[in-house]
Design a protein around this ligand. Structure first.
Ligand code: ADP
Ligand code: MG
Length: 577
């Protein structure tokens, strides 16, 4: 996720003693919650949980709301902020998120504003002034602004309806997106014990949930936890094999728009450019891009002018686009929380949508190595545990939705019927001979080859490099001719999972045999493998023609890039060729 930097500008820090805060009394908006829902937001009824949470907050009690992305958390604090006397102070981690929310509220006629580093000094001070005068129903503020001493002192003399901490998992080390600035938000409860605090997040593992309560100092809160099931999202995991081809094939089968998450900016730029060359209306999005450009891509996506956004995790938080039809993970995320949040951006309209994870053992080994190299040992242990859960999801041989929901402590004892495992259950077979082919091939190659090389030998490819090394003379050359590359990839991964092969990340991801491989090679024990799950057939008809892409849009983006490059005196990063 993007950390939009929000360094405070120089503002006169007035450190006078705070006045005593009067506790909130009469409602500011004489309308009740239901009327506001209808008049301002134009909805006829509350979604499950909203009414209860809003009621509690209006009554001045602390609440923790755990609702999935798109569940309707914003109303849970916006309506009480309007009903209660004073201004609702909303802490939000991202500038773009604040701007979106404020824009929407203003359009609905709500007196809302934000305070962050995007404002110039004059606007900032004018807003603070109006805040003090009680002009606003709702103010969004970044945690670092809020926690400045002068600001807290100023708030102490202002009538406050409530504090809302959006994306509250950011306070917790256990959350997938810890932020130092959020850590100190516990001060709010200490300093303003009579003002209700409402924390909201889409993260719901029990540890994070409890940590949020402690960190925010919530006082005997109502904890509202909604269902995390997103029944319209079909979860699929595919062995990552040739990711670019896999992705192209996949998105050609899709109607509507999608997001492809990659784990690095370089990969984002590269994949986006390649897709664009294939004629897709794609754009890149990551935190290394200029804010204007990011906003532009986001707008184009929301208004359906771009079909595919290739992005880092910077993309998505707070994006209000209901008709995202698919989310692809080019790389495995580091936790189930992140995976759930990112895939949760698909199908918010309730119509069928898909989440596809391209999973590769080697990525997995790399992530673990990377986590292990982190500087804080206890933190690493947590991260490794979290990643282990993510891996378990990817490797699951049982209903994936059950694995997900169980992780969020929402146990379900029936298989969902809408994930790859349910739709195409694993079929076991006696894999001894298959395993022996692979293991002996690795052995013949002196355990000095990586996956693809082993497969090339197995399949008896006439490649120059094999011939030069004399490997076309090996007894294992060609013994796996009858199957595809993808088949062998899958088998090798299964053998890795089962502990017969180890990927040596430290030396070019070469495959090494473990002790456990010995009895298999000797035929002393049996090996049961699952029939590789190769590409699942598309449900939808393949797209016959690619849509004409919007020339004007790309010209504009190209221009933007040029301008940026000149301004910053750096070569433009490639999105579009
Ligand atoms: P979250 O913050 O939980 O991800 P939002 O607050 O952004 O979700 O809400 C997601 C969408 O649901 C928004 O478009 C919002 O307007 C809509 N929404 C929220 N509450 C209701 C409701 N009671 N009826 C209909 N739509 C709603
Ligand atoms: Mg939200």
């Amino acid at each position: 996720m993007t950390a939009t930097p929000d360094t405070p500008t120089a503002i006169d820090e007035n450190d006078s003693q705070p006045a005593i805060v009067a506790s909130a009394a009469q409602p500011a908006d004489s309308r009740n919650a239901q009327q506001i829902l209808e008049d301002i937001f134009g909805y006829s009824e509350f979604r499950s949980g909203q009414a209860e949470v809003i009621d509690h907050t209006i009554n001045g009690k602390d609440v923790l709301v755990l609702l999935p992305t798109g569940g309707g958390k914003s109303l849970c604090y916006q309506i009480p902020a309007m009903v209660r006397d004073g201004t609702g102070i909303v802490v939000s981690p991202l500038i773009s998120l604040m701007q979106d929310q404020v824009e929407q509220l203003r359009e609905a006629g709500v007196k809302a504003a934000y305070l962050n580093s995007s404002l110039d000094q004059d606007d900032y001070q004018a807003t603070v002034q109006r805040l003090q005068e009680g002009h606003y129903d709702i103010i969004y503020v970044s945690p670092e602004r809020l926690l400045q001493r002068y600001f807290l002192n100023m708030l102490a003399q202002t009538k406050i309806a409530l504090f809302a901490v959006d994306e509250a998992h950011c306070v917790s080390h256990w959350g997938h997106d810890f932020r130092q600035d959020y850590r100190s938000l516990g001060q709010l409860k200490q300093r303003f014990p009579d003002i209700p605090v409402i924390g909201l997040t889409a993260t719901a593992d029990t540890t994070t949930e409890q940590d949020i309560q402690v960190q925010l100092g919530l006082d005997n809160p109502l904890v509202y936890k909604g269902s995390f099931d997103r029944p319209n999202i079909r979860y699929r995991v595919m062995a990552k094999y040739k990711p670019f081809e896999q992705i192209v094939t996949y998105i050609r089968q899709q109607d509507g728009s999608g997001i492809i998450y990659c784990n690095s900016r370089a990969k984002v730029d590269d994949l986006s450019a390649k897709l664009h060359r294939q004629g897709f209306k794609s754009a890149a999005y990551h935190a290394g891009m200029d804010a204007d450009e990011r906003a532009y891509v986001q707008r184009q996506f929301i208004t359906d002018k771009i079909d595919v956004v290739v992005a880092t995790v910077a993309f998505g938080m707070g994006i209000n686009k209901s008709n995202v039809r698919y989310v692809v993970h080019h790389d495995v995320p580091r936790s189930i929380e992140s995976y759930y949040q990112e895939t949760g951006r698909a199908g918010r309209d309730g119509l069928p949508a898909e989440a596809l994870l391209l999973f590769d053992e080697k990525d997995s080994a790399r992530v673990k190595q990377w986590i292990d190299q982190g500087s804080m040992a206890d933190r690493n242990a947590i991260e490794l545990q979290k990643f282990a859960a993510m891996e378990a999801f990817a490797e699951a041989q049982t209903c994936r939705r059950q694995v997900l929901l169980n992780y969020f402590s929402q146990f379900s004892d029936t298989a969902c019927g809408n994930c790859d495992i349910c739709l195409d259950p694993p079929r076991p077979f006696d894999g001894l001979e298959t395993a022996q082919k692979v293991l002996s091939c690795i052995l013949r190659l002196q355990q000095q080859a990586a996956t693809q090389y082993v497969i090339d030998v197995l399949r008896g490819k006439n490649l120059k490099r094999l011939q030069e090394a004399g490997h076309d003379k090996l007894s294992t050359w060609g013994i796996g001719k009858d199957q595809s590359d993808q088949y062998w990839h899958n088998i090798i991964n299964q053998l890795i999972h089962r502990g017969y092969i180890r990927v040596d990340i430290a030396s070019h991801a070469m495959l090494r045999l473990t002790e456990a491989a010995r009895p298999v090679l000797k035929g002393e024990i049996g090996v049961e493998l699952a029939t590789p799950r190769l590409e699942i057939k598309a449900d939808k008809p393949a797209k016959t023609a690619l849509k004409n892409y919007d020339k004007a849009l790309f010209a504009r983006l190209k221009h933007l890039r040029k301008v940026l490059a000149q301004e910053n005196d750096v070569p433009p990063f490639v999105i579009f060729n």
